[in-house]
Design a protein around this ligand. Structure first.
Ligand code: NAD
Length: 513
């Protein structure tokens, strides 16, 4: 059995004792046994980490580094992840129960790809662009009498007419500053990488606060950062719980919070950032819909269920299409196909290469999902599959893949995020009603449309209020496409050039030569 016991936090390029002796335990959800711990850092550690990040941000070594140099560091980090793939994947599987192959794919290669993607994006990038004054002479004539245009700021009283002659703007993209990164436990390293990589590419510095359930892999990330050779203080990693998270969000020297987690906590963070006018990105919860159209190939949909509706991780995925909308004419057929596909998935030890569904991440998750199983039954939904622990499994936080039928969209199991291997099948009459049900949700993160006519499916996808939607595919969008939510699913975008721009602030330098 692996064992990891850490007492240190990673601040200013070194591992140092945390300011208090409290610990967050690492508990293997497959065995229910503790196999390690990390510091439960306090406010003093966050203060020290933010101070180090602030110093590093102003250090000319980093401040004046070229994008190419930052790209090289990110590429080195990607290489180290590849070299340490077995250890990182095994630690995460022990922490959160994700099956080993998925842990490697999503957390190791997923993170390395994100480091490499942003390295490539920024390599050769110039943060300044010259824009000639576009106003032709006389363009402002009708406004010449207006006070605000008689002496434009920065022109020394030059009239608007003359701004057209030799005037230009240097539009400069500057790094936001110190970024606080706070993530959950479900895809812990990728969730960090998708924020850390663009932040570093942009020239920001960072303080990372992982989820308490997945602290150990964050320490492995700290070791990789140290090995890659980032200047001290550019990346700081402080393990701990909600107290450390709140301290980071409220810290006056933090310029931006990049958060992934629940919508409830996201709203608290947004309130705090609103108060201090910090920039914030929020990747929050979801309750996405899979719209099965009349002409859909159910075999194709069923074969995609593990990624589309379980998110590759027992449904503990924000973007999973957990509401399955079936045309009433095919309702029974859809319930049968979904139940058959889920019952064929092997549930068991996440280290076993044949396992598709491991345990859920923690006792808290297990209890939460069990509560929703009771709620669904009490609301009158019919259990078409599962509905409890898998039969014969008496150890570990396992939930049998569950299909609720006869669900309507006002039930709590259709409205609230369960975050487990629990799907609801809802009948609809006509495509307009399917779109209306899909949109009748507090959330708007993912979604899918299944049809033999991809053009028509795309038209349906255009009508769904969401940030990301697949037509005959249920996977994540490729790295060059933005990912994020609308409504209660969040603010801002990750990945793609859009995800890079979140970490930059434009500055206009207007100049007349
Ligand atoms: P959570 O919101 O409880 O915790 C997330 C992180 O926030 C943890 O590190 C936690 O310690 C910290 N935290 C908690 N309270 C805080 C506060 N007041 N201030 C600052 N930090 C605080 O979420 P969770 O239960 O760990 O994760 C599951 C949730 O994450 C689900 O709702 C899921 O949908 C969401 N999620 C979203 C995405 C996405 O990309 N949209 C991806 C993965 C997970």
């Amino acid at each position: 059995m692996i064992s990891y016991e850490y007492n240190d936090v990673f601040i200013d390029g070194t591992f140092r004792r945390a300011s208090n002796t409290a610990q967050v335990p690492a508990i293997n959800p497959a065995t229910e046994l503790q196999f390690g711990f990390a510091p439960d850092a306090g406010v003093d550690d966050i203060d020290a980490a933010v101070a180090a990040a602030r110093r590093a941000f102003h250090n000319p070594d980093w401040r004046q580094s070229r994008p190419k140099e930052r790209a090289e560091l990110l590429r080195r980090l990607a290489e180290i992840f590849h070299a340490k793939q077995d250890e990182i994947a095994a630690v995460i599987t022990a922490e959160n129960g994700m099956v080993l192959s998925a842990s490697k794919a999503f957390n190791v290669f997923g993170s390395a790809l994100r480091f490499s993607y942003f390295a490539d994006l920024v390599d050769g990038w110039s943060n300044e662009e010259v824009r000639p004054a576009v106003a032709p002479p006389g363009a402002f004539a009708p406004l010449a009498g207006a006070n605000s245009f008689t002496a434009p700021v920065g022109t020394g009283g030059t009239s608007p007419d003359t701004m057209g002659k030799g005037a230009h703007t240097i539009v400069r993209q500057e790094p936001v500053g110190v970024v606080g990164i706070i993530v959950p436990w479900n895809v812990p390293l990728s969730s960090i990488a998708v924020k850390l990589a663009p932040a570093l590419a942009a020239g920001c510095t960072a303080v990372v606060k992982p989820s308490p359930e997945t602290s150990l892999d964050a320490v492995l990330l700290a070791e990789a950062v140290a090995e890659a050779g980032f200047p001290p203080g550019v990346v700081n990693i402080v393990t701990g719980g909600d107290t450390a998270g709140v301290a980071l969000v409220e810290h006056p020297d933090v310029n931006m919070i990049a958060f992934t987690g629940s919508s409830a906590v996201g709203r608290q963070i947004a309130r705090s950032c609103g108060q201090s006018l910090k920039k914030v990105t929020l990747e929050l919860g979801g309750k996405s819909a899979a719209i099965i159209l009349e002409d859909a190939d159910l075999d194709l949909f069923a074969s995609n269920l593990p990624t589309c509706s379980l998110g590759g991780y027992s449904g503990q995925s924000c973007r999973a299409s957990t509401r399955i909308l079936a045309p009433r004419s095919r309702y029974a057929e859809v319930v049968d196909a979904v139940s058959a596909a889920l019952s064929a998935l092997s549930v068991g030890d996440p280290l076993d290469p044949g396992t598709v569904i491991g345990p859920v991440a923690s006792k808290a998750q297990y209890d939460r999902i069990q509560r929703y199983l009771s709620i669904g039954k009490d609301e009158g939904a019919r259990v078409a599959l599962g509905g409890d622990r898998p039969i014969g499994v008496d150890r570990g936080y396992y939930i049998a893949p569950t299909v609720f039928a006869d669900v309507h969209n006002q039930m709590r199991i259709a409205r609230e995020e369960i975050f487990g291997p629990v799907l609801s099948v809802i009948a609809y009459d006509g495509e307009d009603e399917a779109v209306a049900i899909a949109n009748d949700s507090e959330y708007g993160l993912g979604g899918t449309v299944w049809t033999a006519d991809a053009d028509h499916g795309t038209d349906i996808a255009r009508r769904v209020e969401t940030g990301t939607i697949g037509v005959n595919t249920g996977g994540m969008p490729p790295l060059n496409s933005p990912f994020g939510g609308v409504k209660g699913s969040g603010l801002g975008r990750e990945m793609g050039p859009e995800g890079f721009m979140e970490y930059l602030v434009p500055k206009s330098i207007v100049r007349i030569d």
